[in-house]
Design a protein around this ligand. Structure first.
Ligand code: HEC
Ligand code: HEC
Length: 368
């Protein structure tokens, strides 16, 4: 072998080995093969579903934080650690008590199981990152110490009780039921790129990151098993509530908004109106204002306005607190429905103020 050949061999070897060496140093994780690739047709349907159902909050470009501090659906750390389940499960079942409803038909949503899987993989393909192999083992840590660090470093955005203020509800039991310890720790270590969630890898010790993870996990207890029994939707003859009542004569602010106080007073004195719940119907199933019709923001008005008279006061609400309701009311106004309003505080504000909702029909399996 000539010297030149030998040199070429050594050089090539280095070039081949070099990126591996760098990569191995950067990441302590091994990678997973990419999941099933979508056919062109599946990808088209997934994209359509995304724009129809998700863009309202997560943004047309999956950038997040358009409404309701809905997280980014294109960050590196989410897609390398979350496919399929940490992404599929919230799409299918939602996160109870947050604005994220379930989109699977079994819980009252508009999508089939295949469609929720395809949407998960479509998001993955669009994000374009490699999946990492994360351990599913629990992470050990000092829960008490974790709580102290959590309150100091995380509570401003995630809430004192992990209820979510400007960021996801980390103490949410459906999130904790879906997300593994490693998924949570990965997010804390690496942050979520291009969002307010910064990386804590260089700010907190790895012990403290483990402590916080263990603390968050400890909040998963108390999860109560419940079985949802889907309620039948009201039929058009039930759309107008208090048919014999007087008009509520609401005073709207900005020609659009009615307050929870005024709406509650009008309902108590049996005023005539139509109430639209503009969220995904799965959340109407769990809690809604009595008398409201499920009327999701993505509904095709040509199919859904039948039975809604033009001369009756319509009030729409959502949990955004207003985005989905305003979107719907603007569509209705363009169709000539002028007696329309949006509930200012949204349904969570309404609940917070102590006004009543129907809790849907949750059967408690524990009591059976
Ligand atoms: C400045 C506000 C802010 C602070 C402080 C903050 N976070 Fe976040 N965090 C966010 C936001 C916003 C997101 C959602 C980002 C996205 O994906 O769009 C997030 C996402 C997360 C997620 C991912 C949740 C999921 O379901 O995917 C975890 C876990 C998390 N944060 C943990 C923490 C912990 C632990 C701390 C404290 C050490 C902390 N965060 C501090 C704003 C914050
Ligand atoms: C009404 C607003 C809204 C709509 C519409 C909505 N989401 Fe969400 N989504 C949220 C919020 C808010 C969260 C965070 C909830 C929490 O944990 O506090 C979230 C969380 C998620 C998560 C978890 C992300 C993470 O970082 O852990 C995924 C995945 C998700 N949504 C996907 C979707 C998809 C796909 C659709 C459409 C089928 C959709 N969402 C529709 C508001 C919405």
């Amino acid at each position: 072998m000539t010297i030149i050949n030998k040199l070429t061999l050594i050089l090539c070897g280095c070039i081949i080995l070099l990126p591996h060496a760098i990569f191995a140093q950067q990441s302590e994780y091994s990678t997973l093969p990419p999941p099933r690739k979508l056919t062109t047709e599946q990808a088209k349907v997934a994209e359509k579903n995304y724009q129809k159902y998700c863009a309202l909050c997560h943004g047309a470009d999956r950038q997040g934080h358009v409404n309701d501090h809905a997280p980014s659906l294109r960050s590196k750390s989410l897609f390398e650690s979350g496919v399929p389940h940490a992404i599929l499960r919230p799409i299918s079942y939602g996160r109870v008590d947050t604005a994220m409803g379930g989109y699977l038909d079994e819980v009252g949503g508009p999508m089939t199981l295949d469609e929720t899987w395809d949407l998960t993989y479509w998001l993955f393909e669009k994000a374009g990152y490699q999946r990492l192999k994360l351990s599913t083992n629990p992470i050990q840590g000092d829960i008490k110490r974790g709580e102290q660090v959590y309150q100091k470093e995380c509570a401003t955005c995630h809430g004192i009780k992990g209820e979510g203020v400007t960021a996801p509800a980390l103490g949410n039991q459906s999130a904790l039921a879906h997300n593994t310890d490693e998924f949570i720790r990965h997010a804390i270590r690496y942050g979520r790129q291009d969002t307010p969630m910064k990386s804590f890898k260089d700010k907190l010790s790895s012990d403290n990151i483990n402590n916080i993870t263990a603390f968050l996990r400890s909040k998963a207890s108390g999860w109560k098993m419940g079985k949802t029994v889907l309620k039948a939707f009201p039929t058009p003859d039930k759309y107008v509530i208090n048919k014999q009542g007087d008009d509520p004569h609401f005073k709207l602010s900005d020609d659009m908004f009615v307050s929870s106080d005024d709406l509650n007073a009008a309902l108590n004195s049996k005023k005539k109106m139509v109430l639209l719940d503009t969220r995904v119907p799965s959340v109407w199933q769990t809690a809604h204002i009595a008398g409201s019709i499920p009327f999701p923001y993505y509904a095709d008005l040509n199919e859904t306005v039948e039975g809604i008279p033009k001369d009756v006061q319509i009030v729409a609400y959502c949990s955004c607190p207003r985005a989905a309701a305003e979107h719907t009311i603007n569509k209705l106004r363009r169709k000539g429905y002028t007696r329309t309003a949006v509930l200012w505080e949204g349904i969570f504000g309404w609940i917070q103020m102590g006004y009543p909702v129907m809790r849907g029909d949750i059967e408690d399996i524990a009591n059976k």
